[in-house]
Write a protein that binds this ligand. Structure first.
Ligand code: SF4
Length: 231
């Protein structure tokens, strides 16, 4: 799946820096609460943006952006990812990658080639429950190898969890915390039902602020720096 979108500047996704955003289509998960359902379910409905055009746009913006956030969908599935990142590097720009961590071999190559300055990894739920997020008929998905790689990564890694009721409860926080014990940063995000992929998710009532505060306390048993976002 190719590059599906380009956004000139964003202050939000690369904290403290002005960045452009590049979106890839397609994903190896099918999270019912996904906020980019069209990119995941119908990526072919968007035209592929040619790599050289995207790099030319970024070259034009070099004077007023610090870096590029590469996101999706899931960017690690895309054949264009490596040449895109190398092209961004050649422009002298910083790179942040958003990933679900399910392609550790790709991440390993990107880290070896020093093509990443920071990573945000979505930790969805208890690692034992990832099968609930796979595509129908999927053969199982494992996050443990990716987490081990990211915990040892030589660049800053932000783990972040959207606290979807039913998918993220106290037991799941404990299991996730154990899986990323010692991580530098874990962000627990409030779930926003609007725009969720599945109508069943759109009907959910988000966890209360008190519940998220309690989750954060549990999470701090495993990760020193836990932040709440979206309250
Ligand atoms: S991993 Fe991210 S992009 Fe993929 S389906 Fe889940 S929320 Fe959507």
């Amino acid at each position: 799946m190719g590059i599906k979108g380009f956004q000139g500047t964003s202050l939000l996704d690369f904290p403290g820096r002005i960045a452009s955003l590049v979106f890839f289509g397609g994903c190896n998960l099918r999270c019912p609460y996904c906020h980019n359902p069209a990119l995941v379910l119908e990526p072919e409905s968007y035209p592929d943006l040619p790599l050289d055009e995207v790099l030319a746009e970024l070259a034009d913006r070099r004077g007023f952006i610090d870096g590029v956030v590469v996101t999706g969908g899931e960017p690690t599935l895309a054949a264009d990812l490596l040449p895109l990142l190398q092209g961004i590097r050649d422009l002298g720009l910083q790179i942040k990658l958003d990933t679900n961590g399910l392609a550790p071999k790709v991440l390993e190559i990107l880290l070896q080639r020093q093509l990443l300055d920071s990573i945000a990894c979505d930790l969805k739920t208890n690692p034992a429950r990832y099968g609930e997020l796979q595509w129908p008929g999927g053969q199982g998905v494992g996050i443990q190898e990716g987490l081990a790689l990211l915990l040892a990564a030589p660049v800053p890694v932000e783990f972040r969890t959207t606290c979807v009721p039913g998918l993220v409860e106290s037991d799941d926080i404990q299991a996730m915390g154990a899986a990323i014990a010692g991580a530098k940063e874990w962000v627990l995000q409030q779930f926003v039902p609007s725009h969720a992929m599945e109508p069943s998710c759109q009907a959910l009532t988000p966890h209360s602020s008190e519940t998220l505060q309690a989750f954060a306390e549990l999470a701090r048993e495993h990760v020193a720096a836990v932040r709440l976002r979206g309250l």
